[in-house]
Design a protein around this ligand. Structure first.
Ligand SMILES: CC(=O)SCCNC(=O)CCNC(=O)[C@H](O)C(C)(C)COP(=O)(O)OP(=O)(O)OC[C@H]1O[C@@H](n2cnc3c(N)ncnc32)[C@H](O)[C@@H]1OP(=O)(O)O
Ligand SMILES: O=C(O)CCC(=O)C(=O)O
Length: 451
């Protein structure tokens, strides 16, 4: 028999191939391409600092303008070992020269667009062979100038991989056997399942690169147009990729990229022996992105949304009050979050009891328990239910309102147990005093506190 009653009871899973996996960041590159976003160099620098806190191994940045270069200088001046700052270039020597002009950058990505619409329509090249020549020339140029390389195989999930991309990758490997091959699921057509063949199947692409072409370093870069970006990133790891390129909050082109925070959570909480990342600043990082970059974080967003540890409905909140494991996937503090209970139209008596008791205890600076059948509690519940049944109220009951109900129903009918009366009487040396006196004292104290 197995008993799963606590987080520690749940088994962790293993990546089947057991390879070391890492995360590279594209928040200040693809993320910054998000329409309507303008990231200042200072903000890129602050993002870099958050990535450092988490323990992200690598990031990429453009080097095209003064703002990019200013951000790079700020980041480099920190002297951190990680994230390593790497460059990004199109497949031409001029772009690679721009990367080479930055002191301290030792690795660059090179954009190699492989689908036919990219080769023929976007770039206006006459043939696939011309594209191949352009890419290999750029790669050779980077290698000759001492850079480590990453080939960003753009739009690979809509390309003729057997006839064009794989032969190209073979030539890339001949030039630089250490080149990281980035599988770009540029428009999000990748499918995370085994048995889906070219060009969509992430498992089959990774396996082919690894087993047939001996690629040592395989990275995924997945877009979320079909909502599969994180699943595709994990599928990459599952079948042998050792890098995943992601953005924080999934910001980026169109529907964005695979979300870093989801991947981090998956690795840290579900995969065996994975404790190299620190997730405690994730909620704070999301608040920073909201405040400084203007990214609105949906309240139900995994990991960092306001609702991730908020409980309103009767059955859920009653469960969580008894044992958070019932309806919380992991303890809030893991990601720097906080549990909250809310009173709303789906609440039952237990969460109301909990909130009222908490409010009352705070107000009176004592610890007393309220029973579910307390008449005053039931009266508050009836008032709240009426609000919702009248169909005018469309929001939760705020903490201030709970406080007002507590004052209304408990201030003049304070609930103090017989035992408590006796104890207070004994402490006061008031042997003759009856419970009404004690209630009076308590009432007076509450007035002092409230007024
Ligand atoms: C899928 C992605 O996310 S790719 C990255 C997208 N991000 C960005 O574009 C943001 C950064 N880009 C920029 O700052 C500018 O576009 C620059 C500096 C790169 C180029 O600026 P411009 O010279 O004004 O070119 P413009 O933006 O109009 O067009 C893009 C050029 O890149 C070329 N290009 C596209 N893919 C590739 C490639 N794989 N290799 C080489 N060149 C490429 C296009 O063919 C086009 O050049 P062309 O007009 O000579 O055909
Ligand atoms: O640099 C890359 O990752 C390739 C371009 C890209 O962002 C993409 O394919 O989505």
């Amino acid at each position: 028999m197995k008993i799963y009653k606590d987080y520690e009871d749940l088994p962790k899973i293993k990546l089947p191939l057991g390879q070391e996996v890492s995360i590279s960041d594209s928040t200040i590159r693809d993320g910054a391409q998000m329409p309507g976003i303008v990231m200042k160099s200072q903000q890129k620098f602050q993002i870099y600092n958050y990535l450092h806190k988490i323990g992200i191994e690598k990031l990429e940045t453009f080097v095209y303008n003064d703002r990019d270069r200013k951000a790079i200088k700020l980041m480099m001046d920190q002297g951190y070992e990680f994230p390593e700052i790497t460059g990004w270039a199109r497949a031409n020597p001029a772009d690679i020269d721009m990367v080479l002009n930055i002191d301290g950058i030792e690795e660059t990505g090179i954009l190699m667009s492989v689908s036919d619409p990219h080769i023929f329509d976007k770039m206006g090249l006459p043939t696939r062979e011309a594209a191949e020549e352009k890419y290999l020339t750029a790669l050779q140029y980077a290698v000759d100038h001492g850079l480590r390389t990453r080939a960003h195989i753009e739009d690979m999930t809509r390309a003729d991989n057997y006839d064009f991309t794989y032969p190209l990758v073979k030539k890339i490997m001949d030039i630089d056997p250490d080149c990281t091959i980035r599988i770009c699921d540029t428009i999000g057509f990748g499918i995370p399942f085994v048995g889906v063949d070219e060009p969509f199947g992430m498992p089959s692409i990774v396996q082919y690169l690894k087993d047939e072409l001996n690629v040592k370093n395989i990275e995924t870069h997945c877009h979320d147009d079909f909502g599969l970006a994180v699943a595709n990133s994990i599928a990459g790891y599952w079948h042998g990729a050792n890098w995943s390129n992601v953005t924080f909050l999934g910001i980026g082109e169109r529907a964005g990229n695979a979300e870093m925070e989801k991947l981090l959570l998956f690795l840290a909480r579900r995969i065996e022996g994975f404790d190299k990342y620190n997730l405690e600043c994730l909620v704070e990082f999301a608040k920073f992105m909201e405040r400084e970059i203007g990214i609105r974080v949906p309240r139900n967003k995994s990991v960092v949304g306001n609702n991730v540890f908020a409980h309103e409905s009767g059955i859920h909140s009653a469960g969580v009050i008894k044992n958070p494991f019932t309806y919380e996937p992991y303890p809030p503090e893991i990601v720097g979050g906080k549990r909250i209970f809310l009173i709303g139209d789906s609440s039952g008596i237990e969460v109301l009891r909990y909130k009222v008791q908490e409010t009352l205890n705070e107000l009176m600076d004592v610890e007393i328990e309220i029973g579910k059948d307390d008449k005053r509690l039931r009266a508050i519940q009836a008032e709240i239910q009426k609000l919702y049944n009248d169909e005018k109220r469309v929001s939760c009951i705020s903490d201030e309102e709970v406080m007002a109900y507590v004052k209304k129903y408990f201030m003049f009918n304070p609930m103090v147990s017989k035992d408590m009366h006796r104890k207070e009487d004994e402490e006061n040396g008031d042997e003759d005093s009856d419970s009404n006196d004690t209630l009076g004292n308590t009432k007076a104290r509450m007035h002092d506190l409230v007024d």
